[in-house]
Unconditional design. Sequence first.
Length: 152
Amino acid sequence: MNELPSHTALDTHSPIRNAQDMHRRWSVLVGAPGFSGRELWYGFISADGDMAPVLPTIADLPRTPDPVLLDKLMYVCRQVLDECGFDDGSVAILLARPGSGRVEANDADWARGLLDAARSAEIRMQPIHLASDHDVRVIAPDDLVGPTGGVR
């Protein structure tokens, strides 16, 4: 897992009210881009926009989404939201990997799988982000459809 940069205190306490705030928060938490493997980071945002102080990660993430892993992740997220006072909150997810900043087919597959699993678990999601060797970016709805308008 990447070490949190020392300047994270500058922007880790401001509330997350919109997609730009979420993007800023992920950018601060990631710090300098660069990853040696595939990871999934997730956090919990309260209804007031406060992010929980823990940031669990799943290392060695497979290239393609694993339905069992997705279901277990959303089960854990549902439990945390329900039992820790975040019942009206949301989950923030960042996919991290080495390579280009372009959203690749397997990134889109993961984002779709995460969104489907969250929908089934009735979990509200923040925009899913991708961190690469180049930058942090949102995986936008347009990234989830292929060039002919169909789902990738």
